[in-house]
Design a protein around this ligand. Structure first.
Ligand SMILES: Cc1cc2nc3c(=O)[nH]c(=O)nc-3n(C[C@H](O)[C@H](O)[C@H](O)COP(=O)(O)O)c2cc1C
Length: 389
């Protein structure tokens, strides 16, 4: 509060406000000769939904802004993607013909949309308000569109970066490496099981609030499971049951909380599934109506280190459709099952789960007695790995 009425010098103004991250947008338009012009802004923001208004703050002295304003009553906001830092640097530089190396196409209003942006918003000037050495430009939104399903470029403390979801931030690389080393102890066993049963057999570890495939063997006919190394899935019900409440992972409470505000009914089902898994000491997921391909795609998307929160939500939607395929109450000996995977814990003598062994790529329509047989083999493998810990 000390500085309330004191003079604020530009250095400390920048030093303090540089701690607030922004997105990066390019305001574009055409000059009177029909050539594209544009300026980079970190001050783009949405303002109002009813009516739809957005804003950005150009320096009063900006040549480009004054050109844009003189040329047309329309402009287009381009939200740059995380891989467009070079374009940002080109357009933010001083000089002529900055657009010469930047590919673009026309928006419905005729303004430049830079190829590969995340989204664009065509606007009409609604108001230009005084804001000290800047203007506050209010734009009335005319049309808008999404171009690419990727993370936006971010700007923070004069550096560029991209967004990471918190689950990725939590699981440190070191932690994952420790699991990879531990998984090597299981290498021979998973190879033997995969060869013997002609299936995929993997080691899965907990990494923060995700589980991650840290070793994979696959002797199934198509060997699709081989691509699974490094693949992640979030520990959100019904996934991750064997890891809940184990050291260095998440608690049951946190696991259930990940279902969100409307998850009360699902939480009851999840608790029952968790109880069943704890009693049995193993976990099973059936394929149900979902195609293996659809599921693989969703998991691939989640495993991308640059996934967006929206992509994460899409993955969770896919998972929630499969809720009731997890941990069925009975596996009847004479009935047939399409098993997605079968998992057992690898535990230290203290009872703490350190890894999970998982069978996948099992034959379709497996009889219940066969499921039992596969499970027994997997449990024997886990016991063998436990003896090596
Ligand atoms: C990440 C980033 C954010 C910027 N944000 C703004 C902004 O919000 N307003 C602004 O006037 N200039 C901003 N600039 C500076 C302009 O992009 C541009 O460099 C400057 O306006 C060039 O001056 P000119 O328009 O006179 O050529 C930003 C630059 C960068 C790199």
């Amino acid at each position: 509060m000390e500085n309330r009425n004191s003079h604020v010098d530009s250095e400390s103004f920048r030093a303090v406000l540089g701690n607030y991250p922004t997105g990066v947008a390019v305001v574009t338009g055409l000059d009177p000769a029909g050539e594209p012009i544009g300026m980079v802004v970190g001050t783009f923001t949405s303002v109002s939904l009813e009516p739809p208004l957005v804003a950005f703050l150009p320096m009063k002295s900006s040549r480009t802004f004054n050109q844009l304003r003189a040329a047309s009553d329309r402009f287009c906001i381009n939200i740059l993607g995380a891989d467009q830092e070079a374009i940002c640097r080109t357009l933010a530089s001083y000089g002529e013909n900055k657009f010469a190396s930047v590919p673009w196409h026309a928006s419905p209003e005729g303004n430049p949309i830079i190829d590969g942006v995340v989204a664009w918003i065509d606007c009409e000037y609604a108001n230009v308000v005084d804001g000290g050495d800047h203007y506050i430009v209010l734009g009335a939104v005319k049309t808008m569109g999404l171009e690419r399903d990727i993370s936006p470029l971010l700007f923070f403390q004069r550096g560029y970066g991209r967004f990471s979801t918190s689950s990725l931030v939590l699981a440190s690389e070191r932690e994952v490496l420790q699991h990879v080393r531990l998984a090597e102890l299981a290498r021979e066993e998973i190879e033997a099981v995969a060869r013997e049963l002609q299936v995929g057999c993997s080691v899965v570890a907990a990494a923060g609030s995700d589980s991650i495939y840290v070793a994979v063997a696959d002797h199934s006919p198509e060997q699709r499971g081989k691509n699974r190394l490094g693949v992640r899935a979030p520990m959100v019900p019904p996934l991750g049951t064997l890891f809940i409440d184990e050291p260095n992972t998440i608690s049951e409470e946190a696991w259930l909380a990940r279902l969100g505000k409307n998850g009360a009914e699902a939480a009851v089902r999840a608790q029952k599934q968790l109880e069943r898994v704890r009693q049995r000491g193993w976990s099973i997921a059936l394929l149900g109506d979902m195609s293996a391909h659809e599921l693989e795609e969703a998991v691939e998307l989640y495993s991308c280190p640059h996934r967006t929160p929206e992509q994460e939500r899409r993955f969770l939607d896919t998972v929630s459709k499969m809720f009731d395929q997890h941990e069925p109450v009975h596996i009847e000996k004479t009935k047939n099952y399409d098993v997605l995977h079968l998992s057992v814990p690898v535990q230290r003598s203290t009872g703490e789960t350190v890894l999970v062994l998982r069978l996948s790529e099992l034959p379709k329509s497996l009889q219940g007695v066969e499921v039992d047989r596969y499970l027994e083999r997997l449990q024997a493998a886990a016991a063998q790995v436990e003896s090596l810990l």
